[in-house]
Design a protein around this ligand. Structure first.
Ligand SMILES: Nc1ncnc2c1ncn2[C@@H]1O[C@H](COP(=O)(O)OP(=O)(O)OP(=O)(O)O)[C@@H](O)[C@H]1O
Length: 638
C-alpha cells in the first residue's frame, strides 16, 4: 500500500507556534539574535575552511535599529546571508532548520567547527517574530552572490519573495511592531532601554558584538574660558554601543581570571553587595560537557529561610540564557549556592525555556554537589574563620538537609556539620570530636537547650562531664532531629545526656539503683499522685549527680522535638511523655520522704509541684501555672 505523507495546515501551525510555544514575548529578540549569530558563525566557519573567503572575525557584528516613527525594529547581521532558495526553504517551511542541517553536516574531527557554536536546531525560532510584529520583512544577500531577495509576510496569508537591492552580504530582519493594546505593551520593543535589558538578559554571551545607537545624557566639558559662576551644562549624545559582554567569564581559563573579576561578576549578576566567600570554577568533558561557575555567598539572603526564596542556577546553552533558576541543578541542602552552568549538550525543548530530558541535568547536578562539598571541606580545613562565617549564614540549612528525606543525605553532609563543644569552648566538627574521645567513651554526647550557658548548667550534664567526656551543646530547634537522623557516625552512636542509659551501668550500679528505687517507691508514688496527668511517670534518676530533679521524656518524642513541633503551623502536635526524675541522694528527696512518712499530703503536693516547676523551667518549657508556682516559692520564705 502506498504511504501517504502527513499534511499540515501551515496557517494554523504558524498560529500555534506563535501563540503557544513561548511564555514570554520578549523571547523573539533572543531567537532572532541567535539566528544572526548563527549566520555570522557560518561565515566565520567558511573563512576558516575556504581560502577564497577573506572575512575577519572582528568585522562580524549584529546591529539593532529601533525606529519609533516607522514602528519598526531591524536586526541586521553581516553573516552568511540567504539566497532565494534559502529564503523559501528555511523561512517558508516551518520546522526546517538550515542551521540544524549545517551542524549535522560538520565532520566530527573538523577543527574549524570547534571555533563556532551554532545555536539553531528546531527551525521554529524565526517565527517568534510574529508574536510582536504584524509584518516581517527579511532582506538577504547570500555571501558570494550579487543578488538580494526580499521575503515578506504578515504571518497569516503566506509570504512573498521578490528581488531587491542590498549593498553587502548578510540579512536584515525588519519587524513592523504591533500596536499596543490593553493587554500588551508592544511599544516597549521600540525603546532602547528595554531592548538593552532584554539583550543583557538573554544574549549577553553571544560571541559577536550586538550594537545599537543609544542616547546618553552627558555633562559637557567645562570651557577653558568659563566664567567663575559657570554652571555645568548637560547634553544628549547619541552613540553606538556594544550591548553584550560576549566572552562569559566562565569560558575563560581559570588561571587568567582575577579574583576581583570573579567577585565583580557575582555582585553584578546576583545583586549582592558583599564579595562571595568562595568561587568554584569548574568544567567537565565526557558524558556531558559543561562549564560552571558557582559562588558561596557571605551572608544569608533576607528571604533565604522563607518560601519566597527560589533556589537554582542560571542555565546557558551556547551562551544563550535558557533558565534563570534551574532548581534541578542544586540539592536543597546547597540551595544557598548561586551561579551559572553552561552546556551545549542539553536537550532543549522547542521553546528553549525548559529542558526536555533530565539525564544530563542529573549528571551535572551530582558532579556539582560533590564539588560544592569538597570546596566547603577545603574551606573548613584551610580557612576556619571563613568557614565559621559560612556556618553562621547557612549551617542551619545543612542541618535541615541532614534531617530531610529520612536522613538520605546525611553521609554527604555529616563532615560539614559544626556543633559547640563543651571541651573546646567553640565549634567542633564530628571528626575532631571523635579524635579527642577517650577510648572508653561509648557515644557522641549531646545536650539540647536554649543557649550554651543554660545547657552547661543543666543537672543532667554534670555526670557526663565528670567522666571526662565531651558534650555537643545544641541550641537549635532542629538539632535533636539532626542527632536522631545521623544515628551513627564512624561506628559511634549519638546519645542525649538526658537518656536514662546515657552512661552504661555495671551490674552493681544497676542493682544499687534498683534498690534505691525500691526504697523510694512510696515517695515516687506520692509525687505521681500529686502531679496527676501532668507527668507520665516519676522515677529515681540515674542521670543526675548533685541536682535534685530534672525532666526527661520516654518514648519516641523528646522534649526538644515537642518544642520544635509546637512552633510549626497547625495545632495537633505530638507531645513528649514527660517523666519527672528525682535524685534520691539529694536533700529535697529526703524532705518529701519525711512528709510522706508523716502522712502530710499537702506538703507532699507542694514539694512535688515545686520540683516539677523547676524541672520545666530548666528544660526551657513554660510553667503551667506561674502564679501558683510563685506563691509556693514565697511560702517557703515565711
Ligand atoms: N539571519 C539569518 N541569516 C541566515 N540564515 C538565517 C537567518 N535567520 C534564519 N536563517 C535560516 O533560517 C532557518 C530557520 O530559522 P529558525 O530561527 O526558524 O530556526 P533555527 O534557528 O534553525 O532553529 P531554532 O528554532 O532552534 O532557533 C535557520 O536554520 C537558518 O538556516
Amino acid at each position: 500500500m502506498a504511504k501517504k505523507q502527513f499534511k499540515a495546515e501551515s496557517k494554523r501551525l504558524l498560529d500555534l507556534m506563535v501563540n503557544s510555544i513561548y511564555t514570554h514575548k520578549e523571547i523573539f529578540l533572543r531567537e532572532l539574535i541567535s539566528n544572526a549569530s548563527d549566520a555570522e558563525d557560518k561565515l566565520a566557519y567558511k573563512s576558516l575552511t575556504d581560502d577564497t573567503v577573506e572575512v575577519k572575525r572582528k568585522d562580524l557584528k549584529i546591529t539593532i535599529v529601533p525606529d519609533k516613527q516607522m514602528r519598526t525594529l531591524t536586526i541586521s547581521d553581516n553573516g552568511i546571508g540567504m539566497s532565494k532558495e534559502d529564503l523559501e526553504s528555511n523561512l517558508g517551511t516551518i520546522a526546517r532548520s538550515g542551521s540544524g542541517q549545517f551542524k549535522a553536516g560538520l565532520a566530527e574531527d573538523d577543527k574549524a567547527a570547534d571555533k563556532i557554536d551554532v545555536i539553531g536546531q528546531f527551525g521554529v525560532g524565526f517565527y517568534s517574530a510574529f508574536m510582536v510584529a504584524d509584518q516581517v520583512t527579511v532582506i538577504s544577500r547570500a555571501w558570494g552572490s550579487e543578488e538580494a531577495w526580499m521575503w515578506q509576510s504578515d504571518g497569516a496569508d503566506g509570504y512573498t519573495v521578490t528581488q531587491c537591492e542590498k549593498d553587502a552580504p548578510g540579512t536584515d530582519i525588519i519587524m513592523h511592531i504591533k500596536a499596543s493594546g490593553e493587554d500588551e505593551n508592544y511599544d516597549q520593543y521600540l525603546e532602547t532601554y528595554k531592548l538593552q535589558e532584554i539583550i543583557k538578559k538573554y544574549s549577553d554571551y553571544i560571541r559577536y558584538p550586538i550594537v545599537m545607537e543609544v542616547e546618553d545624557y552627558r555633562r559637557k566639558d567645562k570651557p577653558a574660558d568659563a566664567p567663575e559662576d559657570y554652571k555645568p551644562e548637560w547634553e544628549t549624545v547619541k552613540e553606538w554601543k556594544t550591548l553584550n559582554s560576549m566572552v562569559p567569564l566562565w569560558q575563560r581559563q581559570k588561571s587568567k581570571v582575577k579574583p576581583e573579576e570573579y567577585n565583580a561578576f557575582y555582585k553584578e549578576k546576583f545583586g549582592d553587595w558583599q564579595d562571595p566567600l568562595a568561587v568554584i570554577h569548574t568544567s567537565a568533558e565526557g558524558a556531558v560537557t559543561y562549564k560552571a561557575m558557582l559562588y558561596i555567598p557571605a551572608q544569608t539572603p533576607y528571604d533565604f529561610y522563607t518560601r519566597e526564596y527560589q533556589k537554582g542556577l542560571q542555565l546557558y546553552s551556547s551562551g544563550v540564557l535558557i533558565m534563570d533558576k534551574c532548581a534541578d541543578l542544586l540539592p536543597d541542602h546547597f540551595r544557598f549556592v548561586r551561579g551559572v552552568v553552561d552546556s551545549a549538550d542539553f536537550s532543549l525543548n522547542i521553546s528553549r525555556e525548559v529542558l526536555q530530558h533530565t539525564r544530563q541535568l542529573k549528571v551535572i547536578a551530582t558532579a556539582l554537589e560533590k564539588k560544592i562539598k569538597s570546596e566547603l571541606l577545603k574551606m573548613q580545613k584551610e580557612d576556619r574563620e571563613k568557614y565559621e562565617k559560612f556556618w553562621a549564614a547557612f549551617g542551619a540549612q545543612l542541618k535541615y538537609g541532614v534531617v530531610a528525606e529520612y536522613g538520605a543525605h546525611k553521609e554527604m553532609l555529616q563532615d560539614l556539620l559544626l556543633f559547640w563543644s563543651s571541651k573546646e569552648g567553640k565549634n567542633t566538627t564530628l571528626a575532631a570530636y571523635q579524635d579527642r574521645m577517650p577510648e572508653d567513651q561509648p557515644y557522641y554526647y549531646y545536650a539540647c537547650g536554649e543557649s550554651v550557658d543554660k545547657i552547661a548548667k543543666l543537672p543532667q550534664v554534670e555526670r557526663i562531664l565528670d567522666k571526662g567526656y565531651e558534650i555537643l551543646y545544641c541550641t537549635e530547634d532542629v538539632d535533636d532531629f539532626v542527632m536522631k537522623a545521623l544515628g551513627e557516625v564512624n561506628g559511634k552512636q549519638f546519645k542525649s545526656v538526658s537518656d536514662e542509659d546515657a552512661l552504661p551501668q555495671t551490674e552493681e550500679e544497676k542493682k544499687a539503683a534498683e534498690e534505691k528505687a525500691e526504697a523510694g517507691k512510696d515517695v515516687l508514688e506520692a509525687v505521681k499522685e500529686a502531679l496527676g496527668d501532668q507527668v507520665k511517670n516519676v522515677r529515681v534518676s540515674s542521670i543526675l549527680k548533685s541536682g535534685a530533679c530534672c525532666l526527661s521524656a520516654d518514648g519516641p518524642v523528646s522534649l526538644e522535638m515537642e518544642k520544635y513541633m509546637s512552633k510549626l503551623e497547625g495545632s495537633d502536635h505530638p507531645k513528649a511523655d514527660r517523666v519527672l526524675e528525682l535524685n534520691p541522694d539529694a536533700a529535697p528527696f529526703a524532705a518529701i520522704k519525711k512528709a510522706v512518712d508523716a502522712g502530710d499530703k499537702d506538703t507532699v503536693a507542694k514539694y512535688a509541684k515545686l520540683l516539677y516547676g523547676q524541672s520545666l523551667l530548666m528544660a526551657g518549657l513554660p510553667l503551667e501555672d506561674p502564679a501558683e508556682y510563685a506563691q509556693m516559692v514565697c511560702s517557703l520564705m515565711v
